[in-house]
Design a protein around this ligand. Sequence first.
Ligand code: ADP
Length: 592
Amino acid sequence: MIDEAIKLLKKYYGYDSFREGQEKVITSILKGEDTFTIMPTGAGKSICYQIPALLLSGVTIVISPLISLMKDQVDSLNSVGIKATYINSTLDNYEVQQRILMTVSGYSKLLYISPERLESEYFCQLLRTINVSMIAIDEAHCVSQWGHDFRKSYRTIKPLIESLMDRPIVSAFTATATKEVKDDAVRLLNLKNPKVYTTGFDRKNLFFSVIRGENRKDYLLKYVEDNKDQVGIVYAATRKEVDNIYELLKTKGYSVGKYHAGLEDLDRAKAQENFIYDNINIIVATNAFGMGIDKSNVRYVIHYNIPKNMEAYYQEAGRAGRDGEASQCILLFNSQDIMVQKYLIEQNTVLEERRAVDYRRLQDVVDYCHTTKCLRKYILEYFGEERVADYCDNCSNCKDETELSDITVDAQKIFSCVARMKQGFGTILVSQVLKGSKDKKVSELGFNKLSTFGIMKGYTLKEVRDLMNVLIADEYMYLTEGQFPMVRLREKAVQVLKGNEKVYHKIQKRQKIEVEDNSLFNLLKSIRKNISDRENVPPYIVFADSTLRAMSESRPLNEENMLNIKGIGETKFKKYGEEFLQAIKDYIENKN
Ligand code: ADP
C-alpha cells in the first residue's frame, strides 16, 4: 500500500519520498487505524491525509478551522490535479449545492468544511448518506479548552462520528499539543485506540538564533537592509509595537505591510493578500497573523519581542522555510518583554491554576533565551523528541559567530553609578547621569554632584542605555517590576566592581542569507509572478521557491529532466512546464 502512496506522491506532488514521520502516519491510516499526529507547522501534515484520501474508496471530510486555509489548500490540490472542494460561509446556496453534488457523485475525493458546518443537522444528515472513508481533523487542539484556540463547534465532531453507520477512519492533526491537550483531544474526538505520533519537529533548514543585549531597532534595520530581497515576517507583541515597526520600515522605503486585530477587516485581508502574492516583502504582525498561511518562501521570521510560550514560538518561527530552503528564525531578547508577557497573563487568565501554567511556560521561553546549549536541542527536547544530538551546527549557540569585546571598565562605571544613585532609578536617568546631562531632574536630585556624573560623556545617551541593556540581559543587573522599573545590581556586578571579574560583550556577526548567482532564479520568479497574476493564485502555489531554485541549478531542457525536479508533478508540468523550459533555453542561449 505504501508503494502505491509513494507513486501518487511523485505523480501529483513531484516528490520522491515521504518525510520522516509521514510514512508512519500514512501507513497507520491505510491500515484503518485512528491516528493523532503532532507535527510542527511546515512539516507536511496535509500530505498525511491527502494521499490516503486518494487511496480510500470514499470521500475524506477535512475539518479545518480557517476559511483562508481551506481555500488555499483546495487551490493547491486542484493545481496538482487532485479533485477537492470546500464548503464554507463565503459561498452562496447555489455554490454549496453544486459542491455537495460534486462530493456525493464521488467527483471530489476531499471535502473541506469548517466545524461550524456540523451544527447543521441537514448537513450531518447528508453526510450519513454518502460513503465517508475518513474524517481528517486539522488543528485538533481546538477541541480542548486547554488549548489556546478553543472552538466550541469542534465538539460537534464526536456526535457526528458516532452517528455515521460505517465508522470512518479518524485522523487528527495538530502542531502544538501538550500532554493535557492531547489526552483531552483524544477523548473529545472519540478516537479509537489511536496511534499517536510526535514527529518532524526538527526543521533542519531553519537556523535558530537568540540575540541578547543588542539594540533591537538597530539590529532589525541592519538585518532588513542586508536581506532586502528576501521575504520575511516580523512578529511583535502588541499592536502599538507593530504600528511603530511598520512606520519605521515604511519610512526607510522597505516594501512592508502590517497586520493586527485592531485593523479594519478589509485592510487586514489586503495586507495578507499582498504578502501572499509577493507584492510586499515584509509583514509586521502580532500573533493574530499566520494561522492558515501556507506561503512557503518565507526566508526569515524575526520575533521583535519574546512570545508567550515555546509552542507559540515554534509555530510562528516555523512559518519560515516551509519549502525546505535555508531560512532564519531570530528572537530578539529584551528582559523588559517579560513584564509585558506577565501583564498579559494577569489580564487574560482568570483561573489561578491556568495562570501558574502560563507563567511556567513563559519561563521556558526565558530559559530558551539564556541557554548556552544547542537551541535546536532545547526546542526538540521541549516538544518531547528523544535522542536529540547535542550539537546541530545550525543555531547561534552551536555556530558561535560572535566576537568578544572587553567592556569591564564601562561596566564598572555603570554599576558604580547605579550604586551611587541608591539603585532607585530607571535606565533613562542613570544614563543621563553617566552622560552628564543638563536635564533639570538630574540637578534637582543632586546627581550632578556624583563622581560618576559625566564619566561616559563620550557616548551618546542611546549607547549608554544599550550598554545597560547588555548588562541586564547578561544578568549583571535587573529591573524591578511595576510601572517604573528601577535598575538594581546583582551579586555578579559587585564582583566586577571589586575587580574580581571581567565583563565581555558578545557581538553577533551580521547575518546575511547567502545567495549565489541569482539571475536565472530571479527570471524564473518573474515568470511565476506573471502566472500568479494571470491565474489569480499565489506564486507559491504555482511552484515553491525550492522548486525554482532546483530548476535554476539543474537547468532542465526537456520534460523528463523537468519531472525529476522536486515539486513538479505531471499536472504542474502540463500547466507550466513549457513556459519554464522555454525561459531556461532562452536564458542559456543569451548567456552564450
Ligand atoms: P503543515 O500543514 O504541516 O504546516 P504542509 O502540509 O503545508 O505543512 O507542508 C509544508 C511544505 O512541505 C509544503 O510546501 C509541502 O508541499 C512540502 N512537503 C510536504 N511533504 C513533503 C515531502 N514528502 N517531500 C517534499 N516536500 C514536502
